[in-house]
Write a protein that binds this ligand. Sequence first.
Ligand code: PMP
Length: 429
Amino acid sequence: MLHTYRFLRLKRILYIYTFFKKAGVPALVFLFCTMISNRELFLRLVAQTSDDPMMVEVERAEGVYLYGPDGKSYLDMISGIAVSNVGHCAPEVVLAVQQQAEKYMHTMVYGEFVLAPQVQLAEKLAGLLGDRLDNIYFVNSGSEAVEGALKLAKKFTGRSEIITFHKSYHGSTHGALSVTGTTSLREGYGPFLEQVLFLNFNSGSDLLKITDQTACVIVEPIQGEAGVVEGFPCFLLALRERCTATETLLIFDEIQTGFGRTGSLFAHYRYGVQPDILLLAKSMGGGMPIGAFISRKEIMQVLTNNPVLGHITTFGGNPVTCAAGLASLNKIIDEDLVAKVPAKEQLIRQLLDHPKILELRGRGLMFAVEVGGFEQALKVVKRCKNMGLITDWFLNCDSAIRLAPPLIISEDELEEGLRILVQAIEEEC
Ligand code: PMP
């Protein structure tokens, strides 16, 4: 296959060269014209997920900015989708990665060797999460955390029914997609896990469908991809009560809301509701790929027997990504980044109070800016990009613009970004 490709490409170059030579074009100009750009190779060789990728070519990134090879800078208002909470290439994270990479990288599959960065990150997280969430299984991504949690709940309860919510998003792997309520993403990929029940988010009466047959309920305290839809505090409390009454495990997917995004270190702090299993990923690694499902020892214990190795992963808990995760978490705490979120949230509310913005939904630094339709949203995102601002829409709400800047963004930088956004909305909507 590759040989055929190379042969065809060589043939094409020879053909163009003959053409250029006949036209008297110098060899250097010919060489320049036949160089394949990274953009071209990206489209040709890297598997695509849409016909219209953003195509921002990144040469380097620092703080809240991305820089292209042409020197153009982009203010990142989405943090690589809620990942770069501590900014791009935070020096503390880069140093931790460098230092750990020099000591050791992968040594053994998850769960066999004692690795200091893994243990230290577990200790730090357990200290922050309390004694019902003190046993941590490290994985590589959000979807994997979901997969692990679903298996854990089924094994621990001995039940097989799983309850989830309409419009939710929990990931793209088979199990995660089975409990994802974003119907458009499921088309063509069924059949899915059996015995999955979808309830209406924020519907108190639907909670009665949780019974003693239910292994677990998986919920995002704030539905991210639905366009930042908050769970009502009373709904989340009632959900907790119903799960306790039916001995159903409550899983909070905080993959997007974790690590300060909503103005508290974890969103469940805000509601005073503690889940039985907590899912983390995205910003957990300060830009490195890591995730986790977290529960208490008594529950986690079921993965160790009948069968032994009930959930295994090669790279989960990789020492370099754990070192990055610890450095990122320390930075969030040491610099009190969460305490600085409310003032920034206020600035967003103030500067986006605009007649062309139909609704502003959000909490902390996680917002959906409603502009009324996909056409408008698309035009605004493209206009922003041309003006050096990265925004996006949502997987299950294409009429709104996504805002999720790094927590380290200064008020001046945030103001600059919001002014560009407002200008784009005024021009395009
Ligand atoms: N859960 C939520 C709430 C998410 O936002 C995402 C990613 N958008 C996932 C799960 C899946 O995470 P990943 O893409 O790392 O698999």
